[in-house]
Design a protein around this ligand. Structure first.
Ligand code: NAP
Length: 210
């Protein structure tokens, strides 16, 4: 058994594939999203699925406590859950979309990160970032700003906590619900399958934590 990992947003897309890969490799996996069918589902000894909203502090606290109780102390947190709106030029975009992106991708992620570091020491953290966080692209300004800000938090934590892992990984463009929301007209044939992207992300994490 490799240890316990919390992966946010395991109901679909990249998160779902990461959950499968970690489980297959012998990890205990705790995951959550807003649309799990039941409140708490303890499917098998190694997998805990919770219905929880990352934006709600009480839900985040429950995720940490249920994970510790049922799967043991997690040693790794993968911040995968994220949100985006349809790609729109900054001058035209509704400011509410920046609030929504920052609420999930930055503020909620940061609260979970704080709780994890306070309650699950020693813990390693991986943030699933995006190429637009480092290279601005027309239409992706709000989302990119929220992802870049989260990368900045990790960079700061790295300086504040030498010896601990704070890693941002860009999975590349994938054919997922998120991408279809942001860019409904995209040629999906040119996008990676989430399973292939997850394998690359998983290997990168294993290279670093081994
Ligand atoms: N798709 C791409 O091309 C691409 C490219 C670069 C980076 N990324 C990054 O990769 C990560 C995964 O993206 P994806 O494409 O797999 O997205 P996705 O298919 O839309 O999946 C997002 C996951 O996050 C969960 N989630 C969203 N808001 C949540 C909330 N408030 N509380 C709990 N769970 C929440 C969703 O579940 P519920 O809706 O049920 O809550 C779902 O499980 C994201 O961080 C994204 O920024 C994606």
């Amino acid at each position: 058994m490799k240890g316990t990992v919390i992966i946010t947003g395991g109901s679909r897309g990249l998160g779902k594939e990461l959950v499968n890969l970690f489980l297959k490799d012998g990890w205990k996996v705790s995951t959550f999203s807003r649309h799990e069918t039941r409140d708490v589902r303890y499917v098998e000894p190694s997998l805990l699925k919770l219905r929880a909203d990352l934006r709600l502090e009480a839900d985040v606290e429950r995720v940490i406590s249920e994970t510790k109780k049922l799967l043991g102390q997690p040693s790794l947190l993968v911040l995968n859950a994220g949100t985006v709106s349809k790609a729109t030029m900054v001058i035209e975009e509704n400011i509410m979309n920046l609030r929504a992106d920052c609420e999930v991708n930055l503020i909620a992620n940061t609260f979970l990160l704080q709780e994890f570091l306070r309650k699950c020491s020693p813990g390693n953290v991986v943030h699933i970032t995006s190429d637009v966080a480092s290279s601005p692209y027309p239409g992706w300004g709000f989302y990119g700003a929220s992802k870049r800000a989260m990368d900045y938090i990790l960079e700061t934590l790295r300086l504040e906590n030498p010896g601990k892992l704070f890693l941002s990984i860009d999975p590349g463009d994938m054919d997922t619900e998120m991408h279809r929301t942001a860019d409904p007209g995209a040629d999906t044939g040119s996008l990676a399958k989430p399973r292939d992207a997850a394998l690359k992300v998983y290997r990168r994490i294993m290279d670093v934590i081994r």
